[in-house]
Write a protein that binds this ligand. Structure first.
Ligand SMILES: Nc1nc2c(c(=O)[nH]1)N[C@H]1C(S)=C(S)[C@@H](COP(=O)(O)O)O[C@H]1N2
Ligand SMILES: [Mo]
Length: 555
């Protein structure tokens, strides 16, 4: 990735870097109301009855050394690591978002049905506009690694940091509830909510409420904010993240419905990020306004005085975090392969043990079929494919060979005689969009029975007539056990229509426990091999080779 050819340069230096945020006007109005109403009520209350008094309550503001107080060393370390992991999660998440800069509350991702989009582009009609065309540039100052279409590398950072975030969360929660520190952030009395409102009236009318010393207790609104960030935003972010996994969604289709559907889960995942950022801005502002030196000593040094050491070490800590952002950027562009391998060494065995064992088990109905289905990939340009397409693929012969006892060449009619099933499944693209379609074709298991793989065959490679983004024929591989799963088919029909060119005619793979890029379209031939390391650059597929995608994307 260091020497940019023309195709890479178009990705790294796209000429069109315009940025625009559009939110559905009704939601802007709703959002404005949600802010204006509580502010207005606060002003009315203040002008009619004056500022509410905020009496110190024992449970909220103990100011007494017998109650839990102070910042034990584990709180301070968790605070630091949480800051590190959350910022890297946000930065890599923004990079992922830029790859499909639209959010929806439906499952079909029809252009025009977004509630928010981060692109000035209206999807053109009358020409092929792929999801990859739709990816936007994002500055590396904002995203990790930033730039357009770096979703593979961004996901590596997202998954590295999600481990850190979850481990920090578990350590924090365990120690919080093992000690009496939990009393500091869990509201235990209804008085807290009353006090929180009174505190809000102060802030909303531009006054600072009487500020308890945070070493001993928080103001009620602050307590609720900490509680929400820790016990609401964090868990919801993790659960909605899981609701985007193709393996989970296609095994447990009801799970994403808890969040209103697969795309609402993605939208809520984004909103938790907005929640974190909003919290961060207000939190930092108030930390500065309410006695910066003392507050920094609390959380950095664990002491309650006004010496400058907390500020100094605090800035060192922030410097370390910024240094990590820069290091992540550097690794992304200089050692992307090493990064991909490092992530794979952990995630690949873990996926094999966990998510990859889930067999697809969808229950979508005809009426769930998406009216729109984003296309991806370049239509094949080879004369051979064009000729075949003109003849409605009558002359097409699928070659299946490699480590098999019985290599074959099959026409579409032969394949149809082998077997034919129909399934309605949700397609998940790595970029974030989904679509539900009915696919009809021959189960790979039937084909495998026919060709009889040799014991050495562990991997199945699918080669396409089409080129990939950076040149060379598109291909991808699957482990033998995955193509033997029930919903793995070579599809020749989509939504009851044969051979739609854009969606992969004559044949395209469907393997429903993984992401879209594993499902090769315009399949020319299939080869059984020992290992994916034997072909291409050895990473298991064109996107794995050129864009550092995962070999086994169950999530
Ligand atoms: N030959 C080929 N197959 C491909 C691709 C491609 O670029 N070339 N893109 C993949 C990706 S990233 C996705 S999301 C799906 C998209 O399938 P669709 O166009 O039917 O939506 O095709 C996959 N198969
Ligand atoms: Mo994709």
């Amino acid at each position: 990735m260091v020497d940019f050819d023309a195709a890479h340069a178009a990705v790294h230096y796209p000429p069109d870097r315009r940025f625009r945020v559009w939110i559905r006007p009704s939601l802007v109005a709703l959002g404005a109301l949600l802010v204006v109403i509580p502010v207005a009520i606060a002003w009315i209350e203040m002008s009619l009855w004056g500022l509410p008094t905020i009496a110190p309550i024992a449970s909220v503001n103990p100011n007494n050394v017998a109650s839990p107080h102070g910042f034990p060393v584990w709180v301070r370390y968790c605070h630091f690591f949480n800051f590190l992991f959350v910022t890297l999660l946000i930065r890599s998440g923004l990079s992922i978002l830029a790859d499909h800069p639209r959010l929806y509350f439906n499952n079909d991702c029809t252009p025009g049905s977004e509630w928010i989009k981060f692109t000035p582009i209206t999807v053109p009609e009358g020409r092929l506009w792929t999801a990859k065309d739709d990816a936007r540039y994002i500055s590396p100052l904002l995203g990790t690694p930033g730039y357009r279409h770096t979703v593979g590398v961004a996901r590596a950072w997202h998954f590295i940091n999600i481990h850190g975030f979850i481990i920090t969360g578990i350590v924090f929660a365990t120690l919080l509830f093992a000690t009496d520190q939990w009393r500091r952030i869990v509201p235990t009395s209804p008085v807290v909510f009353r006090q929180a409102w009174n505190t809000w009236v102060h802030y909303a009318t531009f006054r600072l409420p009487p500020e308890p010393n945070g070493f001993y207790g928080y103001n009620a609104l602050q307590q609720i904010a900490y509680f929400a960030v820790f016990l609401v935003f964090g868990p919801v972010a993790i659960l909605t993240g899981l609701a985007m996994s193709p393996a989970v969604v296609n095994r447990f289709p009801t799970y994403p419905r808890l969040f209103g559907g697969r795309q609402s889960a993605r939208s809520i995942h984004f909103l938790t990020m907005i929640g974190f950022v909003g919290f961060l801005v207000v939190h930092v502002t108030l930390v500065i306004m309410t006695g910066f030196a003392r507050n920094m000593n609390h959380i950095v040094m664990g002491t309650d005085d006004t010496s400058p050491s907390g500020m100094i070490w605090g800035f060192v800590g922030i410097g370390v975090v910024v240094g990590c952002w820069i290091a992540a950027h550097h690794v992304s562009w200089t050692y992307p392969r090493a990064l991909q391998r490092a992530v794979k060494s952990v995630t690949y065995p873990m996926q094999l043990l966990t998510l990859n064992r889930l067999n697809p088990h969808q229950r979508y109905r005809d009426r769930d079929i998406s009216p729109f289905f984003w296309p991806n990939g370049k239509l094949p340009q080879r004369a051979e494919w064009n000729t075949l397409a003109q003849g409605a693929f009558q002359d097409f012969r699928l070659r299946v060979d490699g480590l098999v006892e019985h290599p074959v060449e099959l026409s579409l009619a032969d394949l149809r005689r082998l077997g034919f099933v129909e399934q309605i499944t949700m397609h998940h693209c790595i970029q974030g969009w989904t679509g539900i379609a009915k696919w009809g074709g021959v189960p790979m298991a039937d084909l495998i029975r026919l060709v009889r793989p040799l014991p050495a065959a562990k991997v199945v490679a699918f080669f396409s007539f089409g080129q990939s983004l950076y040149g060379g024929a598109y291909y991808d591989t699957q482990r033998l056990e995955n193509v033997l799963k029930p919903a793995c088919i070579l599809a020749c029909e989509m939504n009851g229509e044969p051979r739609t060119r854009v969606y992969g005619a004559p044949l395209r793979l469907r393997v429903e426990n993984q992401l879209g890029y594993k499902m090769v379209k315009w399949i020319e031939r299939i080869e059984f091999i020992e290992s994916e390391k034997q072909i291409g650059k050895g990473q298991g597929g064109k996107n794995e080779d050129d864009e550092y995608f995962d070999l086994l994307p169950n999530i």
